[in-house]
Design a protein around this ligand. Sequence first.
Ligand SMILES: Cc1cc2nc3c(=O)[nH]c(=O)nc-3n(C[C@H](O)[C@H](O)[C@H](O)COP(=O)(O)OP(=O)(O)OC[C@H]3O[C@@H](n4cnc5c(N)ncnc54)[C@H](O)[C@@H]3O)c2cc1C
Length: 404
Amino acid sequence: MAELTAPERGDEVSWVRAHLGDLVRGDVDASPIAGGQQAADAVLANFSVRGYAARRSEVWPTDRRGASRLSPYIRHGLLSLPRVWDHVGRGPERDSTTFRDELLWQEYARHVYARVGTATQRSLRYAVEERVRPYDWPEGMACVDLAAGELRESGWIPNQTRMWLASQWSVRDGAGWRDGEDAFFRHLLDGSRAANRIGWQWTVGALTGKPYGFSRWQVEKRAPGLCAGCALAHRCPISAWPPDSPPEPRAHVDPLLRRDPDVAQTSGLAAVAQASGNAPQRVWLTAESLGDEDPALMAYPDLPVVFTWDIPLLQRLRLASQRLVFLAQCLADLAERRDVIVRTGSPSIELRGIPLVTTFAPVPGWRRHRASLDVTRVEPWPWLVPPHDGPVTSFTAWRRRARV
Ligand SMILES: Cc1cc2nc3c(=O)[nH]c(=O)nc-3n(C[C@H](O)[C@H](O)[C@H](O)COP(=O)(O)OP(=O)(O)OC[C@H]3O[C@@H](n4cnc5c(N)ncnc54)[C@H](O)[C@@H]3O)c2cc1C
């Protein structure tokens, strides 16, 4: 469709407004969480894992929180899981072990998605309703207002309030979890189909058969004092636990969840081996891997870099503008060190005929585009743990076989 000049640092909001404004609802604004390699490096440098185990689930007041807020950078490959894993190596053992367990959850979600792809749109093991009826979170409960407001305003919320919102949506109010997943995905700066779908499936019971019950008890524990200012404090709709109604196991479970017959496809090593090896002319960057340590960027330090805003996809997704600004910030930051070419349109069409080098990305969209492009070299994805051929039916089953 078009080649554009790359956004410049400090000007990303106007850049998104000018070039992508018709893809978002409402005006364009930036999240307080800034995108870009320099921002990612600064957040990681300032993150100390000390106290993480005790405070990772705290919600409010916000200064009690222990979560790292690294997820937007991890999601877009500005910080690789191995780098973050190493960063916490010298912290107190309990804290670094707990933190590393969470990194493994991220890796687990990526492995599941790399293996079964769009099958994660369906409830994987237990039959939980996916699309039931239009829904939005109720207004007036201080806990739900806090979490939903923060999600919309900043594009990031802690794991604890993700569980509250997902449970309120599906377990309490019976709405379809896929619509909830889409609602999160529109706003979260770290929104990935891999982790978001596993997070929803886990919370609503589609993965384990045990839905997470959200009640006032968690709010009083994780956000002490919040209920006192709630208009519904004396007629709290979540004062009791939700009824215990575990979902039925699905009659058919995808056999790929139990065994992977082609680990080289899943891990990307097959794609690396199949590339022709001819000299590339551009590094093709995707939203999966926008960091300076992207393997293809590192392997070809002198080649221009090309990034395509996938307009057909964005028209469908209607992401919150903060997500687009975050990505524009990543490109603007990179453009200070590399020659960055920005295009709009479908990558399969925009990049057709150009010999490309790129990093394997463990998502179905990468495979789809790559099939119609002249990708002459593929660099391997920086897994934290190499994918194995054993079960991914649960985190525990996957972990048993993971070489950590
Ligand atoms: C319903 C629901 C939806 C979610 N959607 C997403 C999503 O779209 N993208 C996403 O990256 N995470 C998602 N998560 C997982 C988790 O909530 C976030 O990764 C975490 O809250 C990010 O904040 P943080 O960086 O401060 O995490 P920290 O607690 O500081 O953890 C460090 C890193 O570990 C990883 N991590 C932590 N907890 C989890 C987890 N439960 N599952 C997978 N990885 C984890 C993340 O990469 C995170 O950045 C979801 C969880 C739920 C319950």
